[in-house]
Design a binder for this molecule. Structure first.
Ligand code: FAD
Length: 475
């Protein structure tokens, strides 16, 4: 049976379902294909949302433990893992169920199955019940996302060696957990287990946690994470990994490692993600795939095959849900005949650790590497009234500024709630704001958002809550 469809979307993660919903809203006939019963993809089923649900629990546990400082003491928490799991699963089912409802309301033809390409205008779908359906389309949008990377040295099917998906199933609290990879996924999930009572060790191959993020921001996180984790090894590699029924034997090699051979109860491998570009039939089209497995696309997210678009993790870095949302809109509007392009000035990034780190635009490290002259303004949260009331002065807001024009080129924030605060930086940069513009905007008091205003003031040497005698004499 061949169904006529204007748009077929393969993969129903943040990229795919956003594309399908917008295409339907613009009056196009849409088929959306995914193996899951409802849309959601990695983000909702095994990524952003379940991890944030667990991080919320970790935050509550941490605050309860630290509250004695404010004169409130709680008993040591009793953690019911079954209920924790079931709550996290409810978060997932509420969100994916909601997307399923929105799919039906929009009259999108949702096919629960796995798609392959027959040619550049036809997909074959192996349905969950084993039958096959053919979908013809004028435009196809490939949104098949990504999966955890498993380098050969760390590959193992043993159930004590986890990837991020398995680690989200918190049905036990291991005594000792080794997290391989000091990127955002390793640190977020490591934080969850540490809060639940696991002794967490992190191994990172490079010389810093969160490689690529400005060192002054990472330093603030490292201080707190270092106190929560059992050990953090930098410049260190895992050279051997052998799991048995009782645990995992690991060999660590690095300058800080005193004991090379160690035993852990479980190991979480979080060393990055790889795009799902092995779509059957893709090689029969003109679609080009780069050496890292990303599908090559132009500014409209069109592949080298004119009828096929690619979005989300499949279409390149940064592999983040909000990039996928935005690319979806560009691809669909292009299909609908609008003149649009994917040309964001900045794509924000957030690490939901405690404290959070968030940044957007040019980082200080990037500017240095490119030889771009920038001025930096920093506002330490010790001078923020709101941070003091929260007992969370471990934070900093910084601006990366173009010296001649005083335009804000980058914003970096470390501190509780940084992920919410960074949105102001995104708007400021996209609108071409200068530090004076930021300073001229009245920010509500007392909030952490004032740290953006005060970092602008601090750039001008005029921060109310930081005393800088030299600049004050010549405003
Ligand atoms: P995906 O979400 O990967 O969805 C692709 C879908 O396509 C999947 O459902 C897959 O099963 C399906 N599919 C693949 N091949 C086929 C086929 N042949 N036929 C049918 N269906 C197919 N990002 C953030 O922005 N913020 C976060 O806080 C965040 N936290 C994360 C935490 C974790 C633990 C992980 C693993 C990821 C996190 N991410 C986060 C990344 C985010 O999940 C991804 O960037 C996002 O899901 C990518 O969306 P996508 O639409 O490209 O694809």
């Amino acid at each position: 049976m061949t169904q006529p469809a204007r748009v077929a979307v393969i993969g129903a993660g943040p990229g795919g379902y956003t594309a399908a919903f917008l295409a339907a809203d613009l009056g196009l006939t849409v088929t959306l294909i995914d193996e899951a019963p409802d849309p959601g993809g990695v983000c909702l089923y095994r990524g952003c949302m379940p991890s944030k649900a667990l991080l919320h629990v970790a935050k509550v546990l941490t605050e309860a433990r630290e509250s004695a400082e404010w004169g409130v003491t709680f008993a040591e928490p009793d953690i019911d893992l079954e209920r924790l799991q079931s709550w996290k699963n409810t978060v997932v089912s509420t969100l994916t169920g909601g997307l399923g409802q929105l799919t039906r309301q929009r009259k999108i033809d949702y096919l629960e199955g796995r798609a392959s390409l027959v040619d550049w205008h036809t997909a074959a779908v192996t349905m969950k019940d084993g039958t096959t359906r053919q979908v013809s389309f004028d435009h196809g949008i490939l949104a098949t996302g990504s999966r955890p990377a498993r380098p050969a040295a760390l590959a193992s099917e043993h159930n004590r060696i986890l990837d991020s998906t398995a680690a989200l199933d918190v049905n036990r609290v291991p005594g000792r957990l080794l997290v391989v990879g000091g990127g955002y996924i390793g640190l977020e999930l490591g934080s969850v287990y540490a809060a639940l009572g696991t002794a967490v060790t992190v191994v990172e191959m490079t010389s810093t946690l969160l490689p690529g993020v400005d060192a002054d921001l990472v330093r603030v996180l490292s201080r707190r994470f270092g106190a929560v984790a059992e050990t953090v090894y930098l410049d260190t590699a895992v050279t051997q990994l052998t799991a048995d029924d009782e645990g995992v034997s690991v060999r660590l090699e690095g300058p800080q490692v005193a004991r090379e051979d160690q035993r852990f109860d479980e190991v979480l491998v979080a060393v990055g993600r790889v795009p799902n570009s092995e779509i059957a039939g893709l090689d029969g089209t003109s679609v080009e795939v780069d050496p890292r497995g990303f599908v090559r696309v132009d500014a409209q997210r069109r592949t080298a095959e004119p009828s096929l678009f690619a979005i989300g993790d499949l279409a390149g870095e940064p592999m983040l849900a909000h990039k996928a949302f935005h690319e979806a809109r560009v691809a669909v509007e292009t299909i609908a005949g609008h003149k649009v392009a994917f040309e964001p000035t900045v794509i924000p990034a957030v690490v939901f650790t405690d404290p959070e780190i968030a940044w957007c635009g040019l980082t200080e490290a990037q500017a240095k590497a490119e030889g771009t002259a920038v001025s930096i303004a920093r506002f330490p949260w010790g001078a923020s009234g709101r941070a003091v009331t929260l007992s969370r002065t471990d934070g900093m807001t910084k601006l990366v500024v173009e010296p001649e024009t005083e335009r804000v080129l980058g914003v970096g924030i470390v501190g509780t709630g940084a992920g919410e605060l960074i949105a102001e930086g995104v708007v400021a940069i996209e609108m071409g704001a200068t530090v004076e513009d930021l300073r001229a905007c009245i920010h509500p008091h007392p909030t952490l958002s004032e740290t953006l205003l005060e970092s602008a003031e601090s750039f001008l040497g005029l921060s109310t809550h930081v005393y800088k005698p030299k600049r004050l004499s010549s405003p």
